[in-house]
Design a protein around this ligand. Structure first.
Ligand code: PLP
Length: 404
């Protein structure tokens, strides 16, 4: 890992905030973009902009080819069997909503159950709660232990003949826990239950092979993967996607429209109604190529060092509470010190040029479980450095001194 060289690819990392060099530790919320991604977006608008899948003219065909090549880049990135199993969406949230809506419409009736976990992001809670209201399904919740790990024995007890799907996050955006998704898939499949994996916080850190994992759905966002905002991915096994009804109606998702009867397009277009966000779809491929050029194995190994170093240093601070102490963690550390409010800590760090996340992190049920309102969260990327962590720790200590 040549971090200095990598940092030069991210111009924002050499900017200042309140006259201090920016230290960006809010990568769990969104990642910064390398030049190649931003340049690709500019290039598309300046040279290739045309609506995709519609025109016979040259530009439309070039744009269509690039967007479809991007689908193949995503397919290869997660090793999906077919490119038609890759659906482009706005992001993780829309991907989960799509599955919740279409899967429940096809496969769930009143009283059927969906299992999620106590550590889920609101996207993987509320999407299902909407289906509770619409279809009368019921949510069952896997509890967590004191270290912030899923209790799989409890999960097994939640499985009933009415369980239709298990939907869990791979990596917790608050606790950093890496959940044992292989085991979850294996348990679920032994009961013929499909599994959705929310990979919003994992796909940028951990290599994922959906065929090996054998998950039924996997979702993630481009903007957390060093790619553009407004584009995300839903991977779904063909056998499920083929049976599920469309999520939205409009152009391109149809085969034939008449006032008597409308028929729908094949995969993946059945789930991509309207003009897609093709410039960002195309630029997402650049982000994936960029990550691949560094290598996810190297990324994970380097980020693990940062996480360990930061956790060790934080642990030395008096009255600190770290939320999420599993041995199997990834790139996120959440904490509180004494009675210092997380907003105060975040605001004061900000004045030192240090960007961290504060609040409930869109995981209010988890906060309730932990008996707190929110945490301070530092989340790392491969462009962060040990020196930045030193400044962050120094910053936290300064805030603690101010409150003493
Ligand atoms: N799931 C997890 C685990 C997340 O961390 C996030 C965002 O922080 C989401 C879902 C929602 O992602 P998006 O807002 O990009 O749709």
């Amino acid at each position: 890992m040549n971090v200095e060289k990598i940092r030069a690819d991210f111009p924002i990392l050499s900017t200042t905030v309140y006259g201090k060099p920016l230290i960006y530790l809010d990568n769990g919320a969104t990642t910064q973009k390398p030049k190649c991604v931003v340049e690709e977006i500019e290039k598309i608008y300046y040279t290739t902009n045309a609506n995709v899948h519609r025109g016979v003219h040259h530009l439309s065909q070039v744009a269509t080819d690039l967007a479809e090549e991007s689908r193949i880049v995503v397919q290869q990135f997660i090793n999906a069997e077919h490119s038609k199993e890759i659906i482009f969406t706005k992001g993780t949230t829309e991907s989960i909503n799509l599955v919740a809506h279409s899967f429940c419409q096809q496969f769930c009736s009143e009283g059927d159950e969906i299992i999620i976990s106590a550590m889920e992001h609101h996207a993987n809670i509320v999407s299902w709660q909407l289906q509770e209201t619409i279809r009368g399904i019921k949510l069952r919740v896997i509890p967590i232990n004191d270290k912030g790990e899923l209790m799989l024995d409890e999960m097994k007890k939640l499985i009933t003949p009415r369980t239709r799907l298990i939907s869990v996050m791979h990596v917790s955006n608050v606790l950093g826990t890496i959940n044992p998704i292989e085991e979850i898939v294996s348990i679920a499949h032994s009961h013929d239950i499909p599994v959705l994996i929310d990979a919003a916080q994992s796909v940028q850190h951990i290599e994922i092979d959906v065929q090996k994992l054998d998950c039924d759905f996997l979702v993630f966002s481009g903007h957390k993967l060093y790619g553009p905002n407004g584009v995300g991915v839903l991977y779904g096994k063909e056998k499920w996607l083929n049976q599920m009804p469309p999520y939205q109606g409009g152009g391109e998702m149809i085969s034939q429209v008449s006032f008597k009867k409308t028929t729908f397009n094949d995969l993946p277009f059945k789930f991509e109604a309207g003009t897609p966000n093709y410039p960002d779809v195309i630029a997402l491929a650049k982000a994936i190529d960029y990550i691949k050029s560094i290598g996810l194995d190297s990324i994970k190994a380097y980020e693990d060092q940062l996480l360990k170093y930061c956790t060790d240093e934080l642990t030395k601070i008096n009255n600190i509470r770290i939320f999420g102490t599993s041995d199997n963690k990834c790139s996120v550390v959440s904490f509180l010190v004494g009675n210092i409010h997380h907003y105060d800590m975040g605001m004061l760090l900000d004045k030192m040029g240090i960007a961290v996340r504060t609040g409930h992190h869109c995981a209010q049920p988890l906060m309730e479980e932990l008996g707190i309102e929110g945490t301070v969260r530092a989340s790392f990327a491969f462009y962060n450095t040990k020196e930045e962590i030193d400044k962050f720790i120094e910053g936290v200590k300064r805030v603690v001194t101010m409150f003493e």
